[in-house]
Design a protein around this ligand. Structure first.
Ligand SMILES: NC(=O)c1ccc[n+]([C@@H]2O[C@H](COP(=O)([O-])OP(=O)(O)OC[C@H]3O[C@@H](n4cnc5c(N)ncnc54)[C@H](OP(=O)(O)O)[C@@H]3O)[C@@H](O)[C@H]2O)c1
Length: 252
């Protein structure tokens, strides 16, 4: 019998690639915010469900109940990116806060389940950290890239950190955080560099999706934040090594 897997933020570009991989051997539900996006999810072979940040916790609970894993791939684009439209600072802060609260609702929903709880696999970013602590392995290029990120999308970095920090404090269910570098839409290579990486090179979205899919049954990745960027090691091999190292790349 195929397992239930839930993908939140299912209309996103990484999420769509992930769903295409997962539907081959799982019963996938893709959660979108807009009814208009349900068709996209169905066309990938998944069930679709609409949940908004305003939906009650009971709806979120029903969505994740019975799942072996929940992927969180959301991240509203006007809140991030150098090409984000100019939005007044207060609106941008409010949008980030709303997205943060919606993500916490997913954690709360999993935690509130009476029976077995799914693992949560979070799609985050490689330089998400306590910005007052510079990782020992950062070189000059990393510092430059990190400064660019902080200057270009400070709110995205701040709120992603808050969201990941809140996840890392949960003990009622298992979780893992994938921390990719910047995305490209180049074809996937099936190869990456994983586990306490530098910030470049960029990684194709297809390889991010394949790395997320590889985490599906990796109970042994629980509690780890795992960096991933473009590289030369086959994904499975890279993931095995990162998990074996057992060292989280998420610096609180
Ligand atoms: N771009 C990069 O270089 C990069 C690097 C590292 C990490 N990331 C992270 O990876 C995420 C996914 O990237 P992507 O390229 O696949 O993004 P994308 O194509 O822009 O899609 C993001 C999706 O998130 C959905 N969403 C936003 N808030 C949500 C919520 N509260 N609940 C459910 N869905 C929500 C949006 O839904 P609707 O379509 O319904 O509006 C959208 O479909 C980014 O948002 C970012 O946080 C990005």
């Amino acid at each position: 019998m195929s397992s239930k897997v839930v993908v939140i933020g299912a209309n996103g570009r990484v999420a769509r690639l992930l769903i295409s991989l997962l539907v081959k051997s799982n019963d996938v539900t893709g959660v979108v915010q807009e009814p208009a996006h349900e068709e996209v999810v169905k066309s990938l072979g998944a069930k679709s469900l609409v949940l908004t940040p305003e939906s009650p916790l009971s709806d979120y609970k029903a969505a994740v109940e019975g799942a072996v894993a929940v992927y969180y791939c959301g991240g509203h684009w006007p809140c991030a990116g150098p090409d984000a439209p100019p939005i007044p600072q207060e609106e941008l802060e409010a949008a980030h806060k709303a997205e943060h609260d919606a993500t916490i609702k997913v954690y709360d929903a999993i935690e509130a389940l009476a029976g077995p709880k799914p693992r949560l696999i979070m799609l985050s970013g490689v330089d998400i950290r306590d910005l007052s602590k510079v990782p020992d392995h950062y070189n000059e290029d990393d510092l430059k890239t990190s400064k660019w990120l902080q200057d270009t999308m400070p709110l995205w970095m701040k709120w992603k950190y808050e969201t990941d920090k809140a996840l890392s404090q949960r003990t009622a269910f298992k979780w893992a955080i994938l921390r990719p570098g910047g995305f490209s839409d180049e074809p996937g290579t099936g190869k990456v560099t994983m586990g306490r990486t530098h910030l470049m090179p960029m990684i194709p979205r297809a390889d991010v999706a394949a790395s997320l899919a590889a985490l599906l049954n990796r109970d042994d990745a629980s509690g780890l934040g795992i960096d991933v960027i473009g590289g030369e090691t086959p994904i499975q091999e890279a993931l095995d090594a990162a998990i074996k190292k057992g060292e989280t790349d998420f610096i609180l």
